[in-house]
Design a protein around this ligand. Structure first.
Ligand code: 13P
Length: 288
């Protein structure tokens, strides 16, 4: 069931659990994530970066594929198609072309400009029933060409953005896209607690979900995080399972080179990763 991310996140915030955003790259990814969410009776957000959208030939293709798959697979849990780290123009186009949720990442702009642009995106999106995620501070590392310095968010700036009526807010709290370095200092829970105190019911978003220890994930949810983004971990699971298949020479046995056989172990591995995350985030059974 395709919906905006608003209601599922309001429920998650009130119920003290988090909804997973799992990024997609192609049909296999989409199928694995939708099936896992349905089997777990969990709401889910399919994250699509601008780069991944382009790779799949554009927002329209992605929206049409997800809509059709959702219908044909008989998915009854709430599903949002969400633009991840959108630019201003990208966010506008994605919502026109059928995404049910958009992130406008204005974190590279000075705060007043970020606020101005976020406000414009909110008014366009809300007129169409599309939910909006904003960002303050920045997420470290790189994702699909979006590079962030890992700047810790200013809680007062978070409040200014929350007051615009945005549906979810990503705040930099020491989180990083991709693998965490060995000397990573961990999440800044004192800043997260302050942001929570100032933004009240606003669903908070934790980017860079790959590699954060389980204890920290639970603490973040306890402090008000209700959406957690996972991308790299599904890529790593997919790559590892595919490598094992090829290293075992299975592609050379019989018709093991058939793409449907070749991609199956990786697709199953994504499914298993998503199941694990849904259990950890506490959203299992929340869509019953
Ligand atoms: P990871 O790739 O670190 O899981 O981060 C995902 C993310 O934050 C998507 O925006």
């Amino acid at each position: 069931m395709l919906v905006s991310a608003k209601e599922m996140l309001v429920k998650a915030k009130a119920g003290h659990y988090a909804v997973g955003q799992f990024n997609i790259n192609n049909l296999e990814w989409t199928k694995a994530i939708l099936t896992a969410a349905q089997d777990m009776k969990s709401p889910v957000i399919l994250g699509v970066s601008e780069g991944a959208s382009k790779y799949m030939t554009g927002y329209k293709t992605v929206a049409a594929m997800v809509r059709a798959m959702d219908e044909v697979l008989g998915i009854t849990v709430p599903v949002a198609i969400h633009l991840d780290h959108g630019e201003y123009e990208g966010a506008k186009k994605a919502m026109m072309d059928g995404y049910t949720s958009v992130m406008f990442d204005g974190s590279k702009y000075p705060i007043d400009e970020n606020i101005e642009k976020t406000k414009e995106i909110i008014s366009l999106a809300h007129a169409r029933g599309v939910s909006v995620e904003a960002e303050v501070g920045s997420i470290g590392g790189e994702e699909d060409g979006v590079v962030g310095a890992g700047e810790i968010a200013d809680p007062m700036e978070c409040k200014r953005i929350a007051d615009l009526g945005v549906d979810m807010l990503a705040a930099g709290i020491g989180n990083i896209h991709g693998k965490y370095p060995a000397n990573w200092k961990g999440l800044d829970f004192s800043v997260l607690a302050k942001i929570q105190e100032l933004t009240g019911q606003m669903p908070l978003v934790l980017h860079g979900g790959t590699g954060i220890p389980e204890g920290m994930i639970r603490e973040a949810i306890h402090l008000g995080v209700s959406k957690i983004n996972v991308n790299t971990e599904c890529q790593l699971s997919f790559a590892e399972a595919t490598r094992k298949y090829i290293e075992a020479g299975k592609d050379l046995q019989g018709k093991g080179y058939d793409p449907r056989k070749l991609l199956k172990p990786g697709t199953d591995a994504i499914y298993n990763t998503v199941i694990e995350k849904i259990k950890l985030f506490g959203s299992e059974g929340k869509a019953e």
